[in-house]
Write a protein that binds this ligand. Structure first.
Ligand SMILES: Cc1cc2nc3c(=O)[nH]c(=O)nc-3n(C[C@H](O)[C@H](O)[C@H](O)COP(=O)(O)OP(=O)(O)OC[C@H]3O[C@@H](n4cnc5c(N)ncnc54)[C@H](O)[C@@H]3O)c2cc1C
Length: 401
């Protein structure tokens, strides 16, 4: 009978690494779970909008001491003519999307508490030191399974010198600011303003918010900080102090071939941002990371780990598909009024619908025949539809959008 005493090394102890550790705890197959995290949890710093869209995926009580600060009802999309406008200009379209299980968090606290809970359950943590390339090789020799949850670009790709294969193309700046956010505490705001990307203001409380701006396309400002300041002024949130602002590159999304998430010779598996699976359209990656890690841990426990690349791809497929179509709604037309009409057509759907349920989104758009006709009256958009529904948009293409 196959030995059940396997050990697993998880490199990277953020949401994806913690989710993997959590899923392994009850596995009869795994006797040791060791997490290597380069930061200390007490002073861990996460650069993120801190919206967890499905907080049920994190096995902690939803209390503020666990970092769950604002239990939002949803998110509000606000579509404007562009960036060259007065702060008084009304949006072209506004749409409220529902998100029952959504929270704006203090993510550092969420991770700190989650790590503590895991440590209490027997997971071993080695913190405060980066795993080097040399140590990575030692770990692959020593452990039966290695989960690379090191974010983007992954340690595995750095060690293999394959980073250019998937370096991200989304740049974002964010900060936590103080102000009065009572007007939209229940519906954090996302501002679309005529570029590929968006600005956001996500209240953590009536007086604090995570705010930021990100660009996904080639057209980016020369001076990111000035662009964030201008976005704050026109979108009505406080201008962050420069020293509080984080700048970060978000993975381009589903940019890895399915086979690249498993390196069989070393038994290394990539999850979360390391696997490049943050949403290509809106940059969400926490729930994606948790889902990928849980899937992997479950498959390892069942002895079916070689199915991970295919099952991950299947799990992500509708999200890949929808991200490509949603991005096309702007990229192929560059028409703010059309985007506003699409956003309004989606009013009342959930964040999950517009992220993972293409049939619901298409069903809604079809109910607005003028919008639907405008959307598909374009060669690029038709190509996107065809590619999306033949699964051929992804790995046989050098296109970056
Ligand atoms: C500005 C911005 C805003 C965002 N907003 C949101 C949002 O609101 N909601 C959302 O869902 N997603 C958001 N995202 C995306 C989200 O942050 C990521 O998708 C998510 O953090 C991925 O989690 P992860 O655990 O896979 O990787 P990461 O969070 O990147 O964690 C990787 C971990 O590995 C550790 N590590 C790295 N290298 C080593 C090493 N060599 N040795 C040991 N440890 C190592 C790091 O310290 C880190 O803890 C945002 C991203 C950005 C940049």
């Amino acid at each position: 009978m196959e030995s059940q005493n396997r050990d697993v090394a998880i490199i990277g102890g953020s949401v994806s690494g913690l989710a993997a550790a959590d899923e392994f705890i009850d596995s009869e197959k795994i006797s040791e779970i060791r997490v290597f995290e380069r930061q200390e949890y007490d002073d861990k710093r996460v650069d993120c909008g801190e919206a967890i869209n499905d907080a049920t995926l994190v096995p902690l009580k939803k209390t503020s001491s666990n970092g769950f600060l604002n239990n939002v009802r949803g998110f509000q999309l606000r579509v404007y003519t562009g960036t060259d406008r007065s702060p008084d200009e009304e949006p072209l379209g506004v749409s409220d999307l529902q998100c029952d299980a959504g929270y704006i968090c203090d993510r550092d606290t969420v991770e700190q508490q989650w790590a503590q809970q895991l440590s209490d359950s027997g997971v071993v943590f080695e913190t405060g030191k980066s795993v080097t390339a040399g140590e990575y090789h030692d770990i692959t020799e020593e452990y039966d399974y290695i989960v690379d949850a090191t974010g983007q670009p992954s340690l595995t790709h750095k060690v293999k010198d394959e980073v250019p294969d998937y370096t991200g193309d989304m740049v974002a700046l964010n900060a936590t600011v103080e102000g009065d956010f009572s007007d939209y505490i229940d519906y954090p705001r996302i501002f679309f303003e005529g570029y590929v990307g968006y600005s956001w203001s996500f209240p953590k409380s009536k007086t604090h918010a995570n705010v930021g701006i990100g660009w996904a396309g080639d057209q980016r400002p020369d001076d990111y900080m000035s662009a964030l300041e201008a976005a704050a002024e026109r979108n009505g949130f406080p201008v962050p102090d420069q020293e509080d602002v984080n700048i970060y590159t978000i993975p381009r999304g589903p940019s890895l071939k399915p086979q690249s998430v498993h390196i069989p010779e070393d038994n290394v598996f990539l999850v979360g941002d390391a696997a490049g699976i943050a949403n290509r359209y809106q940059g969400e990656g926490i729930c994606q990371g948790i889902r990928s890690a849980s899937l992997l841990a479950k498959l390892i426990s069942e002895g079916r780990e070689s199915a991970y690349p295919d099952e991950l791809f299947d799990k992500m497929k509708s999200e890949y598909r929808l991200a490509r179509l949603m991005r096309g709604a702007w990229v192929e037309h560059e028409d703010p009024q059309l985007l506003a009409n699409v956003a309004e057509a989606l009013e009342g759907l959930t964040i999950d619908d517009i992220t993972r349920q293409p049939q619901r989104v298409i069903g809604r758009v079809i109910q607005h025949p003028v919008v639907a006709t405008q959307l598909v009256a374009d060669g690029g958009m038709l190509r996107r539809l065809l590619n999306a529904y033949t699964d051929s948009w992804e790995y046989n293409s050098t296109e970056s959008v």
